[in-house]
Design a binder for this molecule. Structure first.
Ligand code: NDP
Ligand code: 8X3
Length: 251
C-alpha cells in the first residue's frame, strides 16, 4: 500500500519540490496552498506519476483548515505523512519599526497554522499508532539575527512544538522530525520583501544557495528510514553559509 503525504505550502519552493520528489517515488499526495491555479497545474502534472488530490485553504484560518481537511475524498482520508511546511517571513525590520500586520501574518501562518493543521491530522495517527510529522523550521529557529525578531520567534516556536510533539506523541509510536534550512532559493525572499525582486535576488547572489530540491531530497530520506529510526532534527546550510549572518559571497 502506497503511503499518503499531506504537504502544506505545496504551491512553491520546498513544498512543491517535495511534492515532485514524493510523486516520483510513489507517495500519494494531498497538496495544499492558497493559490488554486498552481494547485491545479501541479495536480495535472503529478497525477501522471501518483494519486493526487488538492486542498485550497489558508493555514492561518482555523475554520478553513478544519473544513478543508474534513472535505478530503474517502481514499485520501488516511494520512501517513504530514509535512508542515507552509509559512513565510513578512518584512525584515527592527522590533521598533516592525509592522504589526506582518507580525500577525508570520505568527498566524508559521505557528498557529502549523498547529491547526496538526490538530486536525494527529488524532487519526494516534488512533492507528502510526504516522510521521515533519516540521519545517529554519536556522531562524536556532538563532536570532538582526531584524529577524518575529520571524525568528515564530521559527523558535516551531522548534519547541517539534520537541513537544515528540514528547507527547512518543507513546503513540508517531515519528516527529524537524528540518531547519539555511538560505534556500525560493519565493521566500520575494514574499519577505513584498515583491521587490531585485532585493530578493540579492539574498542569493555571490554564492550557491540551497535549492528547494536539496531540501526535498532530505525530507524524502528522513521519511523513508525504517520505522524504528527517527531523525529528530537536521540543520542544513549551503556550504557558503556558516550562520544566519555569515555567508561567504565570494565562493
Ligand atoms: P515559498 O514562498 O517559495 O513557499 C511558501 C509556501 O507556503 C507556498 O506554497 C505558500 O502557498 C505557502 N503558504 C504561505 N503562507 C500560507 C498560508 N497562510 N496558508 C497556506 N499556505 C501558505 O517559500 P519556501 O518554500 O522557502 O518556504 C517553505 C517553508 O520553509 C517555510 O516554512 C519557510 O519559513 C521555511 N524556510 C525557508 C527558507 C528559505 O531560505 N527559503 C529557509 C528556512 C526555512 P500559497 O501562497 O499558495 O498559499
Ligand atoms: C529562512 C532563512 O536566514 O532568512 O528561514 O531566516 S533566514
Amino acid at each position: 500500500m502506497k503511503p499518503t503525504a499531506f504537504i502544506t505550502g505545496a504551491t512553491s519552493g520546498i513544498g512543491k519540490a517535495t511534492a515532485k520528489f514524493f510523486a516520483k517515488n510513489n507517495i500519494r499526495l494531498i497538496l495544499c496552498g492558497r493559490r488554486a491555479e498552481r494547485l491545479q497545474e501541479l495536480q495535472h502534472k503529478l497525477s501522471k506519476l501518483t494519486d493526487v488530490t488538492t486542498l485550497q485553504f489558508d493555514v492561518s484560518k482555523r475554520n478553513e483548515v478544519e473544513s478543508a481537511i474534513k472535505s478530503l475524498p474517502k481514499d485520501f482520508l488516511h494520512i501517513d505523512i504530514l509535512i508542515n511546511n507552509a509559512g513565510n517571513a513578512h518584512g525584515l525590520s527592527t522590533i521598533q519599526d516592525g509592522n504589526i500586520d506582518d507580525w500577525d501574518a508570520m505568527i498566524n501562518s508559521n505557528v498557529k497554522g502549523l498547529l491547526y493543521v496538526s490538530k486536525a491530522i494527529i488524532p487519526q495517527m494516534v488512533e492507528r499508532n502510526n504516522g510521521f510529522i515533519v516540521n519545517i523550521g529554519s536556522i531562524a529557529g536556532k538563532e536570532v539575527y538582526p531584524n529577524g525578531n518575529v520571524y525568528c520567534a515564530s521559527k523558535h516556536a516551531v522548534n519547541a512544538l517539534n520537541k513537544g510533539m515528540r514528547i507527547d506523541l512518543n507513546k503513540h509510536n508517531i515519528r516527529v522530525s524537524a528540518i531547519h534550512p539555511g538560505a534556500v532559493e525560493t519565493e521566500f525572499s520575494e514574499v519577505r520583501f513584498k515583491g521587490d525582486t531585485e532585493k530578493a535576488k540579492s539574498v542569493y547572489t555571490g554564492y550557491k544557495a540551497l535549492q528547494a530540491k536539496d531540501i526535498a531530497e532530505i525530507i524524502y530520506f528522513v521519511v523513508t528510514r525504517p520505522y524504528h529510526v527517527n531523525i529528530e532534527d537536521l540543520v542544513v546550510y549551503p556550504t557558503a553559509q556558516a550562520s544566519a549572518t555569515i555567508t561567504n559571497r565570494n565562493s
